[in-house]
Design a protein around this ligand. Structure first.
Ligand code: NAP
Length: 294
């Protein structure tokens, strides 16, 4: 039976370490501050944003949410971002995705000051991360997965990591980080047009799945002893639960657990790590801004 990789516990330890670092900044008169811009009333986005700002406040950081109406214009949104870009008390800025269709998300992300881009989605940060520059803000989900593997003593060196999905926010940066000197993995990236997906997933020493389809990966698609990281977050109806739904990943957890060495649960795996790395990036932004002022 697979060992559970407990993202909640790893996050608890990391957040306790970060609370120390926040205290050191507070002693220098710096309150690390994250501002989250939320457009519209999507309940899932509202819940994500609330958990991000709550996590900031729990560490003694400043977490602020700016709620904008669904019909906000691009100009109005840009002027809000301009104000945050110029505010020295704001170290990190995050625009919650997805945005309503009338707002061009790429232009919006490019409008954020790259020095405050704690999501790491600005092309400058993506480029810096690609060339291995330590000034880059690394997108939070890939960074969280790497940190999780490191803290669980799961080496990636020389191992075959198969990633399912090729998104810009998870899979592509993850592939680039894993193949870099240090992690030293051999990486295969697969996607919707990959024929016979199982012939690739069965080769994985470490399998990372970031698609958004419940039960995409079943027991017959993995080799015994594999380490499985399930990034997927899918809502399934559950009349028995208070919210009427529950979250599941992309992997058939019960089936795959019978053959895997280790596996992340959903919830309680990658999700908490993503928020923890957002806190880490905000701390990094606050430190870099303090350095720049010296
Ligand atoms: P995305 O941008 O929608 O990308 C999904 C990827 O899956 C695409 O590259 C797509 O391929 C690929 N795909 C779709 N069907 C496939 C199939 N049958 N076989 C192989 N590949 C297939 O999604 P994302 O933003 O990366 O997110 C993926 C999942 O992770 C979602 O459930 C999301 O909610 C979750 N997520 C969780 C966290 C967390 O913190 N836990 C963070 C981010 C995302 P094409 O490119 O060919 O279309």
């Amino acid at each position: 039976m697979a060992r559970n990789i407990d993202g909640t516990e790893i996050s608890r330890v990391m957040r306790a370490e970060m609370a120390q670092q926040v205290a050191e900044l507070l002693a220098q008169g710096i309150i690390p501050g994250l501002s989250v811009v939320l457009v519209g009333n999507n309940p899932a986005s509202q819940a994500y944003v609330a958990s991000k700002t709550r996590a900031c406040e729990a560490l003694g950081m400043r977490g602020q949410t700016l709620n904008l109406p669904e019909e906000v214009s691009q100009e109005e949104l840009f002027s809000v971002i301009d104000r945050l870009n110029q505010d020295p008390a704001v170290h990190g800025i995050l625009v919650q995705l997805p945005l309503p269709a009338h707002l061009p998300y790429k232009a919006v992300l490019e409008h954020i000051d790259p020095d405050k881009d704690v999501d790491g989605f600005h092309p400058r940060n993506a480029g810096l991360a690609f060339v291995g520059d330590p000034r880059a803000f690394i997108p939070c989900t890939p960074a969280g997965i790497l940190e999780m593997l490191r803290r669980e003593n799961i080496s990636t060196r020389g191992r075959h990591v198969v990633i399912v999905g090729r998104s810009l926010i998870v899979s592509k940066p993850l592939a680039s980080l894993l193949m870099a000197p240090g992690p030293d993995a051999t990486v295969t990236l697969t996607h919707r047009h990959t024929p016979d997906l199982a012939s690739f997933t069965r080769q994985a020493d470490i399998l990372i799945v970031a698609v958004g389809k419940q039960n995409l990966i079943t027991r017959d698609m993995v080799k015994p002893g594999v380490v499985v990281i399930d990034v997927g977050q899918n809502r399934v109806e559950d009349p028995g639960s208070a919210r009427g739904f529950r979250m599941v990943g992309d992997v058939d957890f019960d089936g795959v657990s019978q053959v895997a060495e280790a596996i992340t649960p959903v919830p309680g795996g990658v999700g908490p790590m993503t928020i923890t790395m957002l806190l880490a990036n905000t701390l990094q932004a606050a430190r870099q801004s303090a350095q720049a002022r010296k």
